[in-house]
Structures are given as C-alpha cells and as structure tokens.
Design a protein around this ligand. Structure first.
Ligand code: GDP
Ligand code: IMO
Ligand code: MG
Length: 438
C-alpha cells in the first residue's frame, strides 16, 4: 500500500501546495490528477515563493518524480511559460516531469468560450470562473468530437486534426458572438503552427503516465496525489452549478490519476481554520462585514491565479464534515491557525436553518443553500500569536480547544496544524503517526 492524497475540503485555496511541497520528500512520486491552470498552488521555500498552476508542487525536490495525469486539462502555452519560469530559477522541470499523452489540451478557443461563460447569469449570478478555459475544455472532452489530447500533438494526423477543429470552432464561436479579432486569433494556420511549436517542446515529457504510475506502485514506490480546487467545487458533489468541471473531492483521485483504489491508503483533508470562496455561489457562513475584512487582511486572502479578493467567513463544519466523509479523509490538516489568533471571539457554523428547520447536511440545490442561515456556535478566541508555535505544547489552551471542537464537529482527528506559509510553520500532531507521517 503506498498512496496518500491531499484533498481540499472547502472551496479551494486551503494551502494544498504548501503541504504537498512539505510532504513530497517522503514520497517517490507526486501526481497532479485533475483541474488545470485554474489551480494556483503557493509554495514558500525560504525567501523564494513559487506559484504553481499546472506543475505539481513536488517539483522543487529533484529526487521526486512528478506526473500530470489523464484527468488534468493542460494549456501548453501557459504550462511552457511556467516551465521556463521555473527553469530560470534553477529548477529542472523537464527531467522530473512526465505528462500524460491522454491529458486534454485547453486550446485558445476554450479561452474565448470561457469568457462567454462568465457573461451568463446562472440562477442570478455569474459562476465567476478563473477564465482559464477549464469548463469548455472538459465539455469538449466529454463531447469527444472537438477534443484535442496531448497525444494528438505527436501523431502524424496532427495538422489536419487541428485545422479541422479550429474551422469548426470558428463557426461555433461566431454563433456565440465572438469578435472578428477573436476569430482571427484561432485561424487554422495559426493553430497548426502553434501546435507544432508545442509538440517540439513537450515531446520529451509526453508519456504513458498510467503505465509508469502502475509500475511505480507495483514496485512499492510511494505516491502522493495532489488535489486541485476543493471538494465543495466538485462537479458531481459540490455546490453545483457554482463548481469547477472536474471531480475535485477525494472521489476523483482514481479516475483522474489512472490508479485503482487499492493504491490509496491515507487521505489528508486540508482546510483553513475559517472559510473562503472566490467566484460566485452560495456561502452560508460568509461574513460581509468588518470581521470578514479582518480575516481577508490577516490571511492575505487574494486569489493566487486571478488576484481576486476571496470571500471570507467562519469555519463551516456542516460543509467540511460532508466533504471529509465523501473524500474518505483519515486526518485533517488545519491551516491558517495564525490568522485566527487575533480575535476575542470565534464562531463555527454547526448547522443550517433552512426555511425554519434545522438541517445538518449541504442541500443539493443552490437556491436552497443560498436560503440556509448559519447556526453559529461561539468559541472564545485565544487572542495571542501562534506563528512561532512548533509543537502542540506551544499552543495556548484556547487554540487547542478550538482544534478539539473542529475535530468533534468534523469527526476526523487533526494530524497537521499550520501557523504560517513557511515550511517550518507546521506542526505534526500526535495523531499524524497513523497517517504514516509522524
Ligand atoms: P492552494 O491552492 O490550496 O495551494 O492554496 P493557495 O496557495 O492558493 O493559498 C494559500 C495561501 O496561504 C498561500 O499564499 C500560502 O503561502 C498561504 N499559507 C499556507 N499556509 C498558511 C498558514 O498556515 N498561515 C498563513 N497565514 N498562510 C498560509
Ligand atoms: P486551487 O487549486 C479556488 C473556482 C472559481 C469559480 C469556480 C469555477 O488553487 O485551490 P473554473 O475556472 O474552474 O471553471 O471556475 O471554481 N476555482 C477555484 N477557487 N481555488 C482554486 O484552485 C479554484 N479553481 C477554480 O473561482 O468559482
Ligand atoms: Mg490556490
């Protein structure tokens, strides 16, 4: 048995990147298996800050093999820029990264389509996507007729395939109201030349990652799966339609990576000690007041990919209990404890009130979730900094009481506590050992 998953349990940005980088040296392989450049994973290594979008967060460790697997959607232009940026900082990506031939490509027409999605009001508000072409690319993947995969780049039929799809997309996008300038940007000859340039640079990394990862697992190598987004953004199980287009909860790991369930033994559920959300959609414990502003300021809650201010609110134990159960979480990583260290009083959402009734589940309909009022439990704040805490014994009693209450409400023990962005600002609790991470 060899696999550990790092899964975000809220609406993304739970600090998965920090944890994957921190844990990577204990594993042979780090695997990004869904989403695409909508992800923005921050890794802080000493004075250096890396913002990763496609590239797995194990890349700073030269003896770890990194994989991007079939479930990921890749924009080759921006992935190559990311690779160049890392290379300029002395990180050898090409040798340490394998990219699945089955992964789908986010093409320039998907970027144009995504901009139209954001103009559409769904149940009164925009989804507020990251504008990275993610939804349109996954739509074409499922639709099959207009999809382009990594392997198409290195097949003899490449130019013909690219030209045909770009012609068809021009017709479709014209109907959707694309401008002449936008349509000129996806002219077949331009797309064919672009694909050829991608192929030349990506060829050394394109591989059958499914086979390589199965070989690794069968040879008793250890696998660390890096989730993107968060489980509440899961296409099937999240706050639909205000979600992303992939299975971002724990249930997505096997399909996206190409591994059978038997290779997964631990699931680390990552959550902030409060809640944030970026983009549209219901958020019952949201704070549209000074407290929300204070959390945003203290937590520097601005999007890693888009720079948008993140919406902030109290920890929602109803939502996290749901996503932890759904994802099979064996231990929690509770992040940003330092941010909550400056409040006299904290609140946690323990139930919702929906149309006059108390409920303990996340309703499937966005309108119902929007009508949910949070039932809040007040917990005394500890109001003293924890940035320098390096063990549980450094925590004030109030902080320990907060952690204990979260464990009770979610139903999963906390294995990791984080008190700042730096690798050193991490505490493995006495419950981390059972996860193989003591
Ligand atoms: P991801 O998408 O889940 O990888 O998370 P992001 O990188 O988008 O956002 C998390 C942010 O919080 C990053 O800027 C991290 O450097 C930062 N961070 C990580 N852990 C902590 C922590 O414990 N406290 C604080 N204050 N910041 C943290
Ligand atoms: P990481 O991996 C936070 C949100 C968008 C929008 C919705 C759909 O950094 O945690 P999409 O572009 O995927 O079609 O947008 O999902 N979203 C994220 N929010 N963190 C992310 O990734 C996100 N990826 C997508 O803001 O509401
Ligand atoms: Mg992020």
């Amino acid at each position: 048995m060899s696999g550990t998953c790092v899964i975000g349990l809220q609406w993304g940005d739970e600090a998965k990147g920090k944890l994957v980088d921190l844990l990577a040296p204990r594993f042979d392989c780090v695997i990004r298996y869904q989403g695409g450049a909508n992800a923005g994973h921050t890794v802080v290594a000493g004075d250096e800050v890396y913002k990763l979008h496609h590239i797995p967060s194990g890349i700073l460790h030269s003896d770890v093999q990194n994989f991007i697997t079939p479930g990921v959607v890749i924009n080759p232009t921006t992935m190559l820029e990311e690779i160049d940026g890392l290379s300029a900082r002395g990180i050898n990506v090409v040798e340490n990264l394998k990219v699945s031939e089955r992964a789908h490509l986010v093409m320039p027409w998907h970027m144009i389509e995504d901009a139209t999605i954001n103009k559409v009001s769904v149940r009164g508000e925009s989804i507020g996507t990251t504008n990275r072409g993610i939804g349109p690319c996954y739509r074409d993947k499922v639709g099959r007729t207009h999809a382009i995969r990594m392997i198409d780049l290195i097949e003899a039929s490449r130019d013909e395939r690219i030209a045909t799809v770009s012609e068809q997309k021009t017709v479709l996008l014209r109907q959707l109201g694309a401008t002449d300038e936008e349509l000129a940007s996806i002219a077949p000859e331009k797309m064919v030349a672009l694909a050829a340039s991608w192929a030349e640079r990506l060829a050394p990394m394109i591989s059958d990652t499914t086979d390589l990862i199965l070989d690794a697992a069968e040879a008793n190598q250890t696998l660390l799966f890096e989730g993107a987004q968060g489980a509440l953004l899961d296409i099937d199980h999240g706050t639909y339609p205000f979600v992303t287009s992939s299975n971002s909860s724990g249930v997505g790991v096997c399909a996206g990576a190409g591994v059978p369930p038997k290779w997964i033994d631990h699931v680390l559920g990552v959550c902030k000690a409060y809640s944030t959300r970026v983009g549209g959609g219901p958020f019952p414990s949201e704070l549209n007041d000074e407290t929300g502003d204070k959390i945003r300021k203290l937590g520097n809650e601005f999007g890693t990919t888009t720079g948008r201010p993140r919406r902030c609110g109290w920890f929602d134990a109803v939502a996290v209990r749901y996503t932890a159960r759904l994802s099979g979480v064996t231990r929690l990583a509770l992040m940003m404890m330092d941010v909550l260290a400056h409040f006299e009083e904290l609140k946690v959402c323990v139930a919702y009130e929906l149309d006059g009734k108390e409920i303990h589940h996340v309703p499937a309909h966005a309108d119902q979730l929007r009508r949910c009022k949070p039932i809040l439990e007040t917990i005394p704040g500890w109001n003293s900094p924890v940035d320098d805490a390096r063990s549980m014994s450094d925590f004030p009693a109030g902080a320990l009481a907060y952690v204990k209450r979260i464990e009770e409400l979610v139903g999963v023990p906390v294995g990791i506590l984080s008190v700042g962005p730096d690798r050193s600002q991490t505490i493995f609790t006495d419950k981390a050992a059972a996860m193989g991470l003591a």
